[in-house]
Design a protein around this ligand. Structure first.
Ligand SMILES: Cc1cc2nc3c(=O)[nH]c(=O)nc-3n(C[C@H](O)[C@H](O)[C@H](O)COP(=O)(O)OP(=O)(O)OC[C@H]3O[C@@H](n4cnc5c(N)ncnc54)[C@H](O)[C@@H]3O)c2cc1C
Length: 381
């Protein structure tokens, strides 16, 4: 069996490595000249994602490129400590969630796949596919074609394949938040490395952590109308955090603010597969970033899909088993993350209730095991 994988983000190369381990040939096609890499942005690879990378033998390189971030401390905009929650649950060997530059994560996963002989072709935008019954043909914008036995969509939240598969598929829904972030080198902030400080500010949400070398990595979630993009985000951010206690304004002042991306997730997508084509990762179930799970889910998908393909009589049975195993879990994560995002985008009235409810919520989730379903999920190959 030969699999064509569309998209060389996080899930694409991880899926190719998983397929290789399952004895299935895979080729990856990516629209950009090299993998899409957002400068400055960073993301959380949760303990379950690292566990999945370990199944592929790729976790060490990812961890070496990131910083351990096992804890979160929540603050109100007035400077009140609301509580502490675990950012993931440590695995048996002590592995904890890591924060890593998006560009580093893309590079490490892609380079690992290449070193294992996975072919990746860049500059290939899939525009269409044809399922001929016994094969599937991927058609690219440059007029080229590729033929395989199955087509795996790892083409992200704006997936072209999702729409080709089902023109009625839901559109990504805007969370009400824009996301920005930056790194201040040698910030000299006092703070415990590995702890995320999360501030539910009066007008926006701010998170930062300090590294052992004294850098500060920060991100902001700003409630804003979709499309309302200023020429310069910095004054907008400074105004949003002007009345809050904590280091938000100072960190924003001292560096560049990258991103300015609207945050989306996907409502449940009814059709995950048809014929020889299957959706994975953000293409099937994009989650808002609040739970820090999107990349981890995409990697888990790749492993489960590879196992289902290896252990099934054919691709149809494999895709059904894949969906049966994955849908409940990923939709639960999307819903959980959406609840957190809604809290960040709260208006003035909802904010009052949020601030009253947060300490109780934090108490509940501070009990390690209440989030074990998310962080201790193990996928085997
Ligand atoms: C602001 C922000 C913060 C985030 N923070 C976190 C976090 O802390 N933790 C976390 O786990 N996740 C986070 N995420 C989510 C995470 O980035 C995604 O869930 C993850 O990248 C999904 O992987 P994927 O492989 O499915 O898609 P992607 O990584 O998006 O990759 C899709 C790839 O497909 C390519 N492509 C698209 N269309 C085509 C086409 N037609 N033909 C060929 N190639 C195509 C794209 O160029 C891209 O390289 C965040 C996302 C955002 C926006």
């Amino acid at each position: 069996m030969k699999a064509l994988i569309i998209g060389c983000g996080i899930g694409g190369p991880a899926t190719a490595m998983a397929l290789q381990r399952a004895g299935i040939e895979a080729e990856v096609f990516e629209v950009y000249p090299a993998s899409a890499e957002g400068v400055g942005a960073f993301l959380n690879v949760a303990s379950n994602g690292l566990d999945a990378l370990r199944v592929l033998g790729a976790h060490r390189k990812v961890m070496a490129a990131g910083i351990p971030t096992p804890h979160m401390v929540m603050w109100s905009g007035t400077g009140k400590r609301l509580g502490e929650v675990a950012n993931g649950l440590a695995l048996e060997d002590g592995t904890v969630s890591h924060t890593i530059l998006r560009s580093d994560l893309y590079r490490v996963v892609r380079d690992e796949a290449v070193s294992r002989g996975v072919p990746i072709t860049y500059g290939k935008r899939l525009v269409d596919f044809e399922d001929t019954g016994d094969k599937v043909v991927a058609r690219f914008e440059d007029g080229g074609e590729a033929v395989g036995d199955i087509l795996i969509a790892a083409d992200g939240v704006r997936s072209r394949i999702r729409h080709l598969l089902d023109p009625q598929a839901p559109e990504p829904r805007y969370s009400g938040l824009y996301s920005l972030g930056g790194i201040v080198h040698d910030a000299g902030f006092a703070g415990e490395p590995g702890v995320y400080n999360m501030i539910f500010g009066k007008r926006a949400f701010f998170g930062y952590t300090v590294t052992r070398t004294g850098d500060a990595w920060w991100f902001a979630n700003l409630p804003r109308a979709l499309g309302d993009v200023p020429a310069d985000w910095k004054p907008v951010l400074l105004e949003a955090f002007a009345d809050d206690a904590g280091s938000a304004a100072e960190l924003i002042e001292r560096g560049r603010a990258d991103g300015g991306l609207p945050v989306h997730d996907l409502p449940p997508v009814p059709t995950w597969h048809r014929g020889r084509v299957v959706l994975t990762g953000d293409a099937a179930h994009a989650t808002s970033p609040s739970a820090g799970q999107g990349a981890s889910l995409a990697i888990e998908d790749g492993i489960v899909l590879a196992r289902c393909l290896r252990d099934s009589a054919g691709h149809r049975e494999a895709f059904e088993r894949f969906e049966a195993e994955r849908r409940g879990r990923v939709e639960r994560v999307v819903a959980y993350s959406r609840t957190i995002s809604n809290g960040k985008a709260a208006g003035p009235v909802a904010r009052v209730f949020r601030d009253l409810a947060l300490p109780f919520f934090l108490k509940k989730t501070a009990s390690q095991e209440s989030l074990a379903w998310m962080y201790r999920h193990h996928v085997a190959l």
